[in-house]
Ligand binder design. Sequence first.
Ligand code: GLU
Length: 446
Amino acid sequence: MSNYVDRCIQLCKDKNPGEPEFQQTVEEVLTSLKPVMEQHPEYEKAGILERLIEPERGISFRVAWVDDAGKVQVNRGYRYQFNGAIGPYKGGIRFAPNVYSGIIKFLGFEQIFKNSLTGLPIGGGKGGADFDPTGKSDGEVMRFCQAFVTELYRHIGPYTDVPAGDLGVGAREIGYMYGQYRKIVNRFEGVFTGKGLMWGGLYGRTEATGYGIVYYANAMLEANGESMKGKTVVVSGFGNVSWGTVAKATELGGKVITISGPDGYILDEAGISGEKIDFMLELRNSGKNICAPYADKFPGSKFFKGEKPWAVKADLYIPCATQNEILIDEAKKIVANGTKFLCEGSNMPCSNEAIAYMMDNGVIVGPSKAANAGGVACSTIEMSQNAGHTVFSPEQVHAQLKTIMLGIHDACEKASKDYGFGYNLVAGANIAGFLKVAKAMMDQGI
Ligand code: GLU
């Protein structure tokens, strides 16, 4: 019966050549579904996996805009609406030079399970463009966002597909995209999330992903008789997700000693707290995509040019930068450091080989599709705030976020145990996320 899974993994490879990131996530998820397929032969009959790995819809489009020098620039935009069985497609938009169909498909596929795990009614989708915001002026970013939405608007809507931010897309970009959407459709509706607080945005959305990651990591620690208090934490990245992670980990008594950027990493043995956390926002807003200025600003910290922080000894690792930042060599360093815990913050930061190596060597791994689901969960709270024409308080949002994250941890643990994996959150997240979507697909016919 598990042949079915192997056949579908191969099918994905055959049908999506040249898209290794997408193949990687499909292999990772489907492999842990083997025992589910054994217990539910009806899923094979209904072609659930073949349908799951094929996006319901995918579009790519030309984005033409004019730069500050008056030169015409052309980028490629994407939106993959992967699975809408449990709700409108929901997922971010990524602007980065390495974006191509394989990246958006991997992110869209992951989003199906992540969104399902939140327990909220949202399907999986993702979009983006091969546009590099680094060094672009405000005017250039605005013209790009307007051109992007002039094409995308016809494919989205509050009950169809609700985009949000991701790498390279923050409050500024959401503002420009929403402004253009509203002008075209002449409706004020909750079609993007991560909006400004004065025009439909949710108090607490900005920090939601990072806070959620730490709630999840803390639940992992507690399930194993430990807690965040007194833990040394290595974090990578310095953007929105890292910022929320550092802030919440510090608040819960952890000591975060690193952040990183494409230029290298910062080691601050005194701990990144207080004004240092605020400075992360300045670094991000500089638009330069470098973390080196932290070391000039805070004496006692050190900058390691061109290096990643994985050789630094810590109790807990939280990669928050981007996909595939921990491959087998990095995993070996982390294991050699004698750690017991790694909680993924960014989407798919570890290769399948790296996860297997760490788990075989006793590291408890929290998977990103569970741990970073707090962002999209709060996006969904933003959707219900907009649909109800109301405003929720930060206290309401933070309390709901915490409940959701603890619920996700427990759902992962239970699914893992139910299907014979013991305490394996990686398998548990895939199984728990899958079961709800599969049931909906079965109910809705072919
Ligand atoms: N891009 C985020 C993620 O990876 C947020 C998506 C959303 O809020 O829709 O989950």
